[in-house]
Design a protein around this ligand. Sequence first.
Ligand code: HEC
Ligand code: HEC
Ligand code: HEC
Length: 132
Amino acid sequence: MYDKGKIIGGLAIFLCLAAFPAWYIAASGKADYRPNPVLPLSENQCIESKEYMKQYHMQLLQQWRDSAVRHDVTTYTASDNKTYDISLTDTCLKCHSNKSEFCDTCHNYAGVSPNCWECHNIPSNTASQETK
Ligand code: HEC
Ligand code: HEC
Ligand code: HEC
């Protein structure tokens, strides 16, 4: 004969552990969390397409820096032929004026912390423009 109680008890513990990720997520509510960067209200277009920016803004910024610092070229011509001044502070953060509700929401989620702000200014006078 075997001990039914022990087997059921053991089975319960096993199922509980096996299902750990599922109940952990359910209890902590983390599965639903997505960063929700606040987009500018007064503009409807970024420098390149939203999908491109989402994926490649880091490379674009690097290209901008090299262009301005190494080649002295301070104007960027986008793929739709619009031109922009190459400037992290005066261009990107002019539209995306609330860094903490835009750049930071994604970066905190992704666990990256670009060190750009050790040297580049964050505009502070426009911080509340982007509330939705
Ligand atoms: C002229 C205003 C403007 C400028 C300048 C601008 N952006 Fe944008 N950006 C926008 C708008 C508007 C959107 C949303 C576009 C859409 O919904 O199609 C956006 C979208 C984005 C996104 C995607 C956000 C998401 O939710 O997926 C990223 C990343 C981004 N911008 C980064 C930058 C960076 C970095 C720069 C500077 C190199 C920059 N932007 C310059 C207006 C601007
Ligand atoms: C839609 C989400 C999103 C938004 C909005 C966003 N970023 Fe990012 N950013 C990311 C992700 C994700 C990474 C990491 C990508 C990787 O490692 O491949 C990243 C990486 C970067 C990096 C490179 C960091 C490193 O250490 O390699 C820079 C620079 C950067 N972002 C600048 C900005 C700036 C400036 C803004 C605001 C104007 C911004 N990002 C807005 C998602 C975002
Ligand atoms: C150690 C200081 C320092 C750090 C950190 C730094 N930069 Fe810069 N960056 C500079 C200096 C200095 C210039 C040249 C400014 C000029 O020519 O007016 C510059 C120029 C630039 C430019 C072109 C002009 C402008 O004003 O925007 C871009 C774009 C840029 N950096 C992007 C970045 C990004 C993105 C990061 C973070 C990943 C970063 N930088 C981190 C010091 C720094």
